[in-house]
Design a protein around this ligand. Sequence first.
Ligand SMILES: [Fe+2]
Length: 200
Amino acid sequence: MLDSPHEMYPSSLPMEDYGLILEIPDFFTSKELHSVQQKIQDYGQIDKKAHPYVTLDLDVPACEKSKWVSDNCQEIFDYFEDTFPTDYRFSRYNTRSDGYGSYERLQGNPMNMSGYPAHNDGGKCITILCPLSPDESLPTGFHGLDQMHPVRSVPWKINHAILFCPSNNYSWHSYIGSDKDRWIFHYNLFDRLVNIAPSK
Ligand SMILES: [Fe+2]
């Protein structure tokens, strides 16, 4: 079990096909959620030509739980390694002494955006995605081991986040626009503190 003060539990997607994906309910506190949703409201409509997204910067850490994840990443890595060992990015380099850096932002896809192709976030140690707006939209789709499985998702629910540790083989995912602008909180943990590049 992951020893966390925050509720986190494995999704119902079959681990042997889709790897280990954690769900984190109530990711933001109500005060934090109000603040990030206000930023989205203030931004207004996303230009339809923006592809695949626009971003809004946030202070780091963006919230209590993202801080906990950054501060306790080694516990998370150990839990993933123990629960479902595979070729994780975090295990590919011996970077423990180098530290880690998080990149946290709001990401908005314009309505009816064409699909962003499947990719595995292979350069990142942890990814968190948390739906923020609208109430109904299309969740990130997971393609399973080597993209060989039917696309499955954790249903879109405001403030209900997913967390996974990217690997070469299991973390293939994609997303697509829906009939309204689609906003998520996007967190990545990188295994170096410099050269943090924008991620998809
Ligand atoms: Fe991604």
